[in-house]
Design a binder for this molecule. Structure first.
Ligand code: ATP
Ligand code: MG
Length: 235
């Protein structure tokens, strides 16, 4: 469970997060809001890449503030980036191996965890294909596969569905739904696709220029007139 308390981030004159409060309780939670709302900034604070001027975030009652990004990974936090970080020169498997080398407890654990992650994301048959030959969907799958190594407790995904076609989005949806049970991790999903959010996230947080606009059961949140006005552009 992720908890956010009076969280404020300031970049010069910009305040991407402003006294944000909230808690993600459901196994899969959505994080939505217009461009520039502060979604990625919240992921950056949770993963330790941005230091807030005020407030705190915690994971299962571990206060994250004093932990480096690497220590947060050890505590079970995983994330992907809006721009995927696949190494073109490494094979699909070696991209995941590179993470396992740092995270898995033993070599044997690493092997098993890589096999499991590769199979789960459907890349087993593509294990030896170099990064530069992988398509956008496969690159996203590498990124998700990396988050499944070790013992993830919370996985933060920054727009994994962006740019995917309909059938790819469908496959992504099927995988996301299985992650909490199969890997024992809570999922926080940023996406601009309200249908994807509605179909996988039991709870959703809506940010609007650094402020909490809504948080609760996804259907109720998406039907909230304030959310529709600010985010979906309808009254
Ligand atoms: N390192 C930074 N320095 C200055 N301003 C920043 C920095 N990072 C983000 N911002 C600003 O903070 C605000 C929130 O940005 P953020 O990337 O969190 O939005 P977002 O909700 O992820 O948007 P998008 O949907 O476009 O990805 C924006 O106004 C952005 O320009
Ligand atoms: Mg973003």
């Amino acid at each position: 469970m992720i908890k956010i308390e009076s969280l404020t981030v300031q970049f010069g004159g910009v305040r991407p997060l402003d006294a944000l409060e909230g808690q993600f309780n459901a196994p899969i939670c959505g994080l939505i809001g217009p461009n520039g709302a502060g979604k990625t900034t919240l992921l950056n604070v949770l993963s330790g890449f941005v230091t807030p001027v005020k407030g705190s975030v915690s994971l299962d009652d571990i206060i994250l503030r004093s932990l480096s990004p690497v220590r947060r990974v050890a505590a079970g936090l995983r994330r992907t980036f809006q721009q995927e970080l696949v190494v073109d020169e490494l094979s699909a498997r070696d991209n995941i191996q590179a993470i396992a080398d740092h995270i898995s407890a033993t070599r044997r654990d690493a092997r098993e965890e890589i096999d499991r992650a590769m199979e789960f994301v459907g890349l087993t048959a593509r294990a030896d294909v170099p990064g530069f030959q992988l398509n956008l969907y496969e690159r996203r799958m590498i990124e998700i596969g990396k988050t499944l190594i070790g013992k993830p407790k919370a996985i933060l995904l920054d727009e994994p569905g962006a740019g995917l076609n309909e059938s790819e989005t469908e496959r992504l949806r099927g995988l996301l739904l299985q992650i909490p049970q199969r890997f024992g991790a809570q999922l926080i999903l940023i996406d601009h696709d309200a249908d994807l959010i509605a179909s996988v996230c039991a709870e959703t947080m809506v940010l609007d220029f650094g402020k909490l606009l809504a948080l609760g059961p996804t259907r109720a949140v998406l039907d909230d007139p304030a959310v529709r006005r600010a985010y979906l552009g309808t009254a």
